[in-house]
Design a protein around this ligand. Sequence first.
Ligand code: AMP
Length: 303
Amino acid sequence: MSLVVVGSIALDTVETPFGSITDGLGGTAVYFSMAASLFAKVSLVGVVGEDFAQQHRQLLESRHVDLSGLATWPGRTFRWHGTYDYDLSVAHTLDTQLNVFAEFKPSLPETYREAQFVFLGNIDPELQLTVLEQIRRPKFTLLDTMNFWIEGKRDKLTEAIERVHAVTMNEAEIREYTQNYSLTAAARQIMALGPKVVLIKRGEYGSVMVTRDGAFLAPAFLLEEVRDPTGAGDSFAGGFMGFLARAGRVEVSLLKQAIVHGGVVASFTVEDFSVNRLARVTHDELNHRYAEFQRMTYFEPLA
Ligand code: AMP
């Protein structure tokens, strides 16, 4: 079923202890689309500048990502420059150049407005609200955010949270937003605002999903090689939403499979810079890792 994503499209310059890349293809909407398109058809909403290479469009089109909602404006594409040290869970931002992204006003093509699954990437909550207003009858909407909006636009963020089915944040973000250290209590606070599902990202330790049925824990895959953690969160959301959009339904057992798919896809993203690994991953590899995940986390019930 139809899946819309709105978020940044970036040229990222990244250094990690294991290598570096200059102006690599990145941004929330790109990582999300590359991940979700492994499972379902994705329609992207975003903006790039005139310097955005044709080969990047072609890569997304080769995954059947609908780019009719991608605007090209005079000027330069959004750029982010970050570094990581051996604690790969913390990105240190050295530079952010908003460029054409500064004036971004998401406008959805008519064909996107019937979308049933929607991912509101980490952008100004006022823009997230304008996207929600343009979608007629969404079945499942997931919102992401970051400390910048939690601190700077708390009221608008709360308004947006009140209108979505699910929220994803990392541990630090949900603690800051709710001012509560306990993740389950923090998730319950968010659910009291309206959402039925809260996905908490815990970096290399995996994720926690809280619904009215309680909490579900998904560890992260134990990898042999990690080169660049950029985009892990967005590809996690992409695997999660892509899997649900393919199923076309939302129920607790599917949500659990979806969260594991999110973790599986993110585990490939971090094996290389930019979307290089995501672009090569096969369904056999995904299925193999899903089965490995089951094996690594299964334990016998007591006799
Ligand atoms: P994550 O999944 O959290 O690692 O997201 C990484 C992506 O977020 C990178 O590809 C960046 O281009 C993008 N990004 C970094 N800062 C911002 C920002 N202020 N607004 C939107 N996107 C950003």
